[in-house]
Design a binder for this molecule. Sequence first.
Ligand code: FE
Ligand code: FE
Length: 186
Amino acid sequence: MPRLSSLEDLERLYATQGALTYGEGVSQIEHALQCAILAQEDGAPPSLIIAALLHDVGHLFEVAEDVARFEVDDRHQSTGADALRGLFDEAVCGPIALHVAAKRYLCCKEAGYHAALSFASQASLKLQGGPFDADQAAAFERLPYWREAVTLRRYDDIGKRDEMSAHAFADFMPVMRELLIDKAKA
Ligand code: FE
Ligand code: FE
């Protein structure tokens, strides 16, 4: 299982793998930056801004040809959260681990949510188990960071615009440094 041992590792991963796409019109790095900026503009706390930035890091460990084939559930939300657990606490990793569950939750709770999802999100939803039923939705609401995961999901769903963001991954390094569990891992 991939594990990141420093911010430098993380920066290198986005620099080398960030150009990947995954069935959406935008690259991973562009999607990451747009989500982080949406969180920032929304006044989200630093932990949620960084969760938004890194929520799809699990996709960056995938082999390019496997991305967005929509044949198996890649479980990128777990791979990503686990890879980050040595660097950040649950305020960052929790919402990341739940961002797919949040989509299944919103499909259950919100009329029109499913129809508004991108083609790639609808395709992956089927592999991820489809919309939650009422019991699953109630269980989701008992998990720590479920609200943050739902908020993150909103950024995720709109952070797929064509335009290029005026930001770079490096712009978020100071915030990430602040949030490190162990400052020696900068
Ligand atoms: Fe994702
Ligand atoms: Fe995403």
